[in-house]
Ligand binder design. Structure first.
Ligand code: FUB
Length: 440
């Protein structure tokens, strides 16, 4: 069953915490999908609450700027789950993953009346991020006591890993390509200190982070550990979220347009531990990759400013440079933002391969750059054809990526267009290229 209940909150200065105040939400799992928006998959604390039994009717929330959030409506309820416990309820902390054109929504739910001994991880799928989910059953071979809080990481090489855990035990394992069954066995995650529940795994600069709730009586905190492998062993790194005032804590970490955020919940609105509300605050890393303690605020976060290109109603996507040469190279700054430097020397270049041209036709390119030169240039070729010299103007510094060069070029149908930017006309750094197909 899909029930659409769209409510848009507009024009706020900052997001304010809690960010969702129309219904009670908890356990936020945040992801940035290919449409450039950030989505929150949350638990729904049904009001009035009775313990955590009645949690049901998952909603998804989306935002293009981190401040204005759209309730995309309900996506799944316990009545839709044919294998679920007859009494319903107990739709606990979910997550969502995207692979090969399908969104996989993972949720913990008991299959029997003895709820805490019959947990399973259900999977619902859709071709859309926030609607039309259909339950596909549960992950076979897994189940039982405290098997809650699934989280799925799709790694850069497209291999996917599932983690879950409650009752002080956290396990992880690789998913098969079907995203609904486990390859081999689940393994206990080694090296975590005081794990309670709420596992969340993300990757930054090649390092895997596993965050989780600890066991502090009545006031769980969030801790984390890191590893250079997706399934550990893990090195414990510390506490990064102090108590929120709520007996449970559960969060996710995501990067949106170059800034990292913590999504978590508190009980600020209701003052009841089972009527919780999702919040967002900034999350910062130290140079050694450790996470600074998150400052919990009432103000929340500021809107992410749209560039002129994003204001255009285009079906845009970001294309990453796949190769560099002639002295140009791919670099990462202290905030983890990637850019291409060394485009000053003659013969230097960066190339974007596999650029999608959809059915073929005109495409607007938005090249985001930084330069100190008053008037530098980049040489553009498309599919081997000499196309244009692009003028780029000073942004004041080589770390100020506020420059945007827009040009429209023809692309071939399919996914094999090659766009090359060559230097030799003044030092320019390129942060990213956005591509939007134009009609007509
Ligand atoms: O929301 C129900 C449960 O409370 C979650 O599964 C836990 O992580 C805790 O937040």
């Amino acid at each position: 069953m899909n029930i659409k209940n769209t409510a848009l909150q507009v024009n706020k200065q900052s997001s304010h915490n809690p960010i969702i105040d129309k219904i009670y939400t908890a356990d936020p799992s945040a992801h940035v999908w290919e449409d450039g928006k950030v989505y929150i998959y949350a638990s729904h604390d049904m009001d009035p609450a009775r313990g955590c039994d009645l949690m049901d009717r998952y909603h998804v929330f989306s935002s293009a700027d981190m401040v204005n959030w759209v309730d995309e409506g309900e996506i799944l309820r316990s009545e839709d789950v044919a294998w679920g416990r007859p009494e319903g309820g107990f739709m606990w902390a979910p997550d969502c993953a995207y692979k090969n054109g399908t969104y996989y929504f993972y949720y913990p739910h008991p299959s029997g009346s003895a709820w805490n001994d019959t947990w399973k991880i259900g999977v619902a799928t859709s071709k859309k991020p926030a609607s039309e989910f259909v339950d596909q059953g549960y992950v076979p071979g897994l189940g039982g006591f405290a098997l809650i809080d699934p989280c799925v990481l799709v790694d850069d090489d497209e291999r996917a890993y599932m983690y879950y855990g409650g009752g002080s035990r956290c396990e992880g394992g690789e998913l098969n390509d079907d995203m609904m069954s486990i390859k081999g066995d689940m393994l206990e995650m080694e090296g975590l200190e005081d794990f309670h529940e709420a596992a969340w795994v993300f990757k930054r600069q090649g390092l895997y982070y596993l965050t989780y709730a600890d066991n502090l009586e009545g006031n769980n905190r969030m801790r984390y550990a890191t590893s250079d492998k997706p399934l550990g062993p893990w090195t414990y790194r510390g506490i990064f979220l102090e108590p929120t005032g709520c007996s449970t804590t559960h969060g996710s970490v995501a990067e949106f347009k170059g800034q990292w955020y913590l999504f978590y919940h508190n009980q600020e609105i209701s003052n009841e531990g089972n009527l919780r509300s999702v919040c967002i605050d900034y999350l910062y890393f130290n140079e050694d990759g450790s996470i600074q303690t998150v400052v919990q605020t009432k103000e929340g976060v500021l809107p992410v400013v749209h560039t002129p290109s994003e204001a255009l109603d285009l079906n845009r996507y970001e294309s990453a440079a796949s190769s560099t040469g002639g002295g140009a190279s791919l670099e990462t700054d202290k905030q983890g933002n990637r850019f291409i430097s060394g485009l000053g020397g003659e013969g230097s270049y960066c190339e974007f391969e596999h650029v999608a041209g959809e059915q073929g036709g005109r495409a607007a390119l938005f090249i985001h750059y930084a330069t100190e030169e008053r008037l530098a240039k980049l040489h553009l070729t498309v599919n081997g054809s000499d196309y244009s010299l692009l003028n780029v103007r000073s942004t004041g510094s080589l770390s100020e990526f506020s420059g945007e060069a827009r040009i429209t070029v023809p692309l071939e149908p399919g996914h094999n267009n090659i766009i090359r930017l060559s230097g030799g006309y003044g030092e320019v750094r390129v942060a990213r290229m956005l591509v939007g197909m134009l009609e007509g």
